[in-house]
Design a protein around this ligand. Structure first.
Ligand code: SF4
Length: 136
């Protein structure tokens, strides 16, 4: 099983924790977060990916004004049955596969490398994945 593990699969980057929290909300946010983005923009949040222009207090105030709870989008434990705002996007890889992967990860199980065994992730649907590439 050791040969299945890709030892070079992790790359560590870091930046400010405040920005990481905000990214967490924006990445997982639903339509309620749109109001926060607009509120922050109206209060001066612009060019925020440049650290010298990022003012976390503008964003925190916008969350407060809009009544949006940051923890709801970041640290809350989610049910495997929860519907996500992005569930309507079909990128091939299925939610069932991702749930299986989550459960395997929680159990400390390594999923075989695609070249050793297909785990039926769904990537082939749109012409992606090792399985598709090796046939073309
Ligand atoms: S071989 Fe293809 S379909 Fe199977 S798990 Fe890998 S990428 Fe997904």
């Amino acid at each position: 099983m050791k040969e299945m593990v890709n030892h070079k699969s992790l790359k560590y980057n870091w930046h400010e924790a405040d920005l990481t929290v905000l990214e967490g909300v924006l990445a997982r946010g639903d339509r309620r977060v749109a109001a926060v983005v607009e509120e922050a923009y109206r209060n001066g949040a612009l060019y925020d990916s440049w650290s010298e222009h990022f003012h976390n207090e503008i964003w925190m105030k916008a969350f407060e004004t809009c009544g949006v709870d940051i923890d709801f989008y970041t640290t809350r434990e989610r049910s495997l049955d929860e519907l996500f705002p992005w569930d309507f996007i079909d990128a091939g890889v299925s939610k069932d596969f991702l749930k299986r992967e989550w459960n395997r990860a929680m159990a400390g199980e390594v999923t075989p490398n695609c070249r050793a065994r297909c785990s039926a992730c769904g990537a082939m649907k749109f012409g992606g994945g090792v399985c598709f590439e090796s046939k073309n």
